[in-house]
Design a binder for this molecule. Structure first.
Ligand code: A2P
Length: 335
């Protein structure tokens, strides 16, 4: 299969190359694209060196089967339709296409069936949303989630290489360039821009994307998203209220048996998920599992995962694997 990575030099682009190197994905050829700034830069994947090319309108007219995009919303808006018109399936990590009605938004552990109705573009959800729905889905199926309160503690890598640099430089006393305030020694209750209702776009994304992925348009949800001085690994406090009563031991067992979930929950022994342990791994770690005693049937969870892996590159490559297993490259699916 011919694979392209758009935004190959970025934080997620580089993680695509790492994940492709680790997995047995059926890749015969690989093309790397970024801006003119990085053209001719060399990057490694599966022990081979590839030259980065400048992205343009003709980048996909060489029979590319799947293009993994992570170069920001504007690039996706412009180039994803161009790639799709060439018969390529785009798995897009930006927010540009996620809420469009004819674009599936997919977390393979939750709604793998949605890849079947793609029309050339499949959206990879927001990083904080992916780990949240991965943990909530088995509980939703068993007990019916009716309300969610998200509070996030998000790593700087979620903002790309420039976010990582802001923390590195900030720790040495440098001024921020990416974030509106210093991130070293600080917490910023702002991720993305503010909307008219006082929420940030990140908070709105978590709410809307959760509903779309779980096929639950009526679900009540609210969110507060905070950037914290952590390099890799988003942490989330998730409070969920259920329709049905539940047994706590059974809920824990349900999570333990869910794909992609690792339960780390022995607080007495100091065992709970932490970003330093999740960084570089693909799983979603869940701990601090306890009843919310303020409602009839509710639970509190602490959910941690690497936003560059399950929150972005790994989830996108899982989607690409589903496409290849279902023999679904677009040009073969259309007549
Ligand atoms: P470049 O390194 O050439 O700027 P991050 O999210 O880590 O900031 O990465 C963004 C990615 O998007 C980088 O690979 C970046 O390439 C790429 N990118 C930014 N602008 C463009 C553009 N105009 N055309 C193609 N790729 C772009």
């Amino acid at each position: 299969m011919k694979i392209a990575v758009v935004g190959a030099t970025g934080a997620i682009g580089r993680t695509f190359l790492k994940v492709l190197s680790e997995r047995n994905f059926p890749m015969d050829e690989l093309y790397l694209f970024a801006s003119a700034r990085s053209a001719r830069q060399e990057l490694e994947c599966r022990g081979k060196i590839y030259k980065v090319e400048e992205l343009d309108e003709h980048s996909f007219d060489r029979g590319v089967d799947i293009a993994l995009f992570s170069a920001g919303g504007e690039i996706s808006l412009k180039y994803a339709p161009i790639a799709a018109a060439e018969g390529c399936v785009v798995v897009d990590n930006s927010s540009a296409w996620r809420m469009k009605d004819d674009v599936p938004l997919v977390v393979p552990e939750v709604n793998p069936e949605d890849i079947k109705w793609h029309k050339g573009i499949i959206a990879n959800p927001n990083c904080s949303t992916i780990q949240a729905v991965a943990a909530l889905w088995p509980l939703h199926r068993a007990y019916g989630v009716k309300r969610i309160v998200y509070s996030t503690y998000q790593a700087v890598a979620g903002a790309g290489m420039s976010g990582v640099r802001d923390l590195e430089e900030g720790l040495k006393g440098g001024a921020p360039k990416k974030f509106p305030h210093p991130i070293a020694g600080n917490c910023l209750p702002q991720i993305d821009v503010f909307l008219e209702d006082g929420y940030t776009k990140e908070e709105e994304k978590m709410i809307n994307e959760t509903r779309k992925i779980m096929h639950a348009p009526e679900l009540k949800a609210t969110a507060t998203c905070v950037r914290v001085p952590v390099f890799y690994g988003h942490s989330e406090s998730i409070n969920a209220e259920f329709e049905k009563p539940y047994d706590l031991a059974e809920l824990r067992e349900l999570l333990r048996n869910s794909p992609g979930i690792v339960v780390q929950d022995d607080p007495g022994a100091g065992i709970y998920p932490m970003p330093v342990n999740a960084a570089g791994a693909d799983d979603v770690y869940v701990g601090r599992i306890r009843r919310d005693n303020s409602v009839e049937s509710g639970v509190n969870l602490w959910v941690v995962s690497d936003s560059t892996r399950k929150g972005a590159a790994y989830n996108a490559i899982q989607i690409a694997e589903l496409l290849s297993k279902n023999n679904l490259p677009w040009k073969r699916a259309i007549n």
